[in-house]
Design a protein around this ligand. Structure first.
Ligand code: 523
Length: 131
């Protein structure tokens, strides 16, 4: 069986990367992630990402490029990440998160990212720097 996909967005705005602090479940609370969630049946990864960012942050967004790679989560799940541009709205903590930060390229290591998000965060930071 194929693994279920969790999608996440490296949201870029004005040269900064959005980091979101999880408020649940207890084992993930307090750690920072690229926001997103599970792809539902019948959705593409990009569609799921737009929906999740609308539900979780109250923004309209546009996926730009997939960051190559796929990272294992709990058994049966893998993480895929896209760079994302904001179309409208200011991200707010609506569900799943209790804090947000916009990180400049030299600040991306300032928060305690979930381990499984780190490779994509590193690549996102490289792209932000224009490298
Ligand atoms: N991750 C993860 N990194 C990351 C995300 C968005 C999710 O490691 N950037 C993990 C955390 C959970 C699983 O993927 O173990 C599902 O993410 P979640 O809970 O954000 O997805 P939802 O909101 O679709 O999940 P349900 O509310 O449970 O349906």
């Amino acid at each position: 069986m194929n693994a279920s996909v969790v999608v996440a967005g490296a949201v870029f705005d004005q040269g900064r990367l959005l980091a979101a602090r999880r408020s649940s479940p207890p084992e993930l609370a307090g750690r920072w992630e690229l926001p997103g969630g599970k792809v539902e049946p019948g959705e593409s990864g990009e569609q799921a990402l737009v929906r999740e960012l609308r539900e979780e942050l109250g923004v309209e967004s546009r996926p730009l490029e997939r960051i190559p790679g796929e990272w294992p989560l709990k058994p049966g799940y893998v993480l895929q990440v896209w760079t994302v541009a904001l179309v409208s709205g200011d991200p707010r903590t609506l569900q799943d998160h209790d804090a947000l930060r916009w990180l400049a390229p030299d600040e991306v290591d300032d928060v305690d990212w979930l381990d499984q998000d780190r490779p994509a965060v590193a690549e996102a930071a490289r792209r932000l720097r224009g490298a």
